[in-house]
Design a protein around this ligand. Structure first.
Ligand code: HAM
Length: 430
């Protein structure tokens, strides 16, 4: 009997992994531009970390966590998201004491949620996220959203939109909460049992319910923006002001409530509008979480961030018919004709690699034609053919495969001048 990967997980094979590396590189470069530094936290944490931060009435905590008891009888959970771990680490390592505030962090790694598998929804997925902790300047809210949009734009996506809302501060949320209870209470028997339980504990979560999504009471429910107090409304105006300065376009959605409990003030999602993207159109989600650091035992340190999965980014690229440029394309494929030529090919390939020029050759005794086909399949920039003649003269024809144009030169010249050769060949193509 053969064993397959667990449901909701997948292998990434060569061909796919190059795209991942390219996206990961783009992300790291972007974070560097904005001065977010990488943090790596454990894959599992104490379960309590997530029940206290994400919230014990959320779908994530109630239905989706991979929780287990270890041999020391501790309840541990595979992380379903990154914010809780980053905030725990911020408190535990006293990063609030660092001279540079806010502390700007990013992370990229596997997260786990027991969800129903469909395109764009997996049980193990890789989330890239950033967190800026220690500032309540609305300019940082705008920066965080701009960074997320910039990753998608640099990847080439065009059909995306940023959707924003404000959840307000504690007082605004309390007023909205009371209004929600009055709205739903008389009709709550018509809702699922989860929603019935949520009514008193956390009525905001009802708006987020996947079961009762179509219930007409959902669209008539009290909207958050109508309950913002003056301070919260002024804060939201400032956030929009900075987005305008950054020339980041957005849509307002008064119904946008996020599926995690720690949010207040700014909440946002980035959606794909590409056709063929499937049912799930949210590419990224985030928001402000003032108070979370204190809830987890730290000092006052307001924060904001977002998370996006690499899987959904790649799906969105596919939906827009874009092929992410592959970073580690092959430079030179070396074709050998005969035994003596093969010896030269082995040493030349090795020399190229020592000079940081990627190189490949045949190891299956294939005919020249088949070797040339390999060069094409591997997407090589150049090929050279080594035969008796080349061994004698010490010169080979370096062929630029995009145009078929050839140039005669010595092995040494290829190694020494490779960068200029590439620039010239690409220039002619343009
Ligand atoms: P979230 O909305 O739960 O927020 O997830 C953020 C992103 O993670 C989603 O928009 C999606 O790209 C990806 N994602 C979530 N679940 C799955 C899944 N099952 N399969 C594939 N991708 C998935 C958070 O996780 C917050 N921690 C974001 C944040 C950071 N807020 C502030 N800082």
């Amino acid at each position: 009997m053969s064993i397959n990967v667990p449901r909701g997980t997948k292998d990434l094979l060569p061909g796919e992994t190059e795209k991942w590396q390219a996206v990961e590189q783009l992300i790291r470069d972007t974070c560097n531009l904005y001065q977010y530094k990488e943090i790596r936290t454990p894959i599992f944490e104490h379960t309590e970390l997530f029940t206290r931060s994400v919230g014990d009435t959320t779908d994530i905590v109630q239905k989706e966590m991979y929780t287990f008891t270890d041999r020391g009888n501790r309840s541990l959970t595979l992380r379903p998201e990154g914010t809780a771990s980053v905030v725990r680490s911020f408190v535990e390592n006293k990063l609030f004491g660092l001279p540079n505030q806010p502390v700007k962090l990013y992370y990229m790694g596997p997260m786990f949620r027991y969800e129903r598998q469909q395109a764009g929804r997996y049980r193990q997925f890789v989330q890239f996220g950033i967190e800026a902790i220690g500032s309540k300047d609305p300019a940082i809210d705008a920066e965080v959203m701009a960074l997320a949009m910039s990753v998608y734009k640099k990847a080439g996506l065009k059909k995306i939109k940023l959707v924003i809302n404000s959840l307000g501060d504690l007082e605004s949320r309390q007023a909205h909460r009371d209004a929600l209870i009055s709205h739903f209470a008389p009709h709550i028997e018509g809702f699922c049992t989860d929603c019935q339980n949520r009514l008193q504990k956390n009525p905001l979560r009802i708006l987020d319910c996947k079961v009762d999504r179509e219930n007409p009471l959902m669209s008539t429910a009290p909207k958050l923006p109508d309950y913002l107090n003056e301070e919260s409304a002024a804060y939201f105006e400032k956030v929009k002001h900075y987005l305008d300065i950054l020339q980041v376009g957005y849509e307002l959605d008064p119904n946008l409530v996020r599926g995690l409990d720690y949010y207040n003030h700014t909440a946002f999602e980035i959606m794909s509008e590409g056709e063929g993207f499937g049912a799930i159109t949210t590419l990224a989600g985030g928001g402000r979480y003032n108070g979370l650091v204190e809830d987890l035992g730290g000092p006052e340190a307001p924060g904001i961030g977002f998370g996006m999965s690499i899987e959904r980014l790649l799906l969105a690229l596919e939906a827009e018919g874009l092929n992410f440029s592959i970073l580690d394309a092959l430079d030179i494929y070396v074709v050998a004709m005969g035994e003596a030529a093969k010896d030269k090919a082995v040493s030349f390939v090795s020399e190229l690699r020592q000079h940081n020029i990627s190189a490949e050759m045949d190891y299956l005794d294939r005919k020249v034609k088949a070797q040339m086909k390999s060069a094409d399949r591997l997407n090589a920039k150049f090929s050279v053919v080594i035969g008796d003649n080349e061994l004698e003269t010490g010169k080979v024809s370096l062929k630029y495969l995009a145009t078929g144009k050839q140039q005669e030169m010595t092995f040494e010249e290829i190694v020494q001048n490779y960068n200029e050769i590439v620039i010239k060949a690409m220039g002619e193509l343009a």
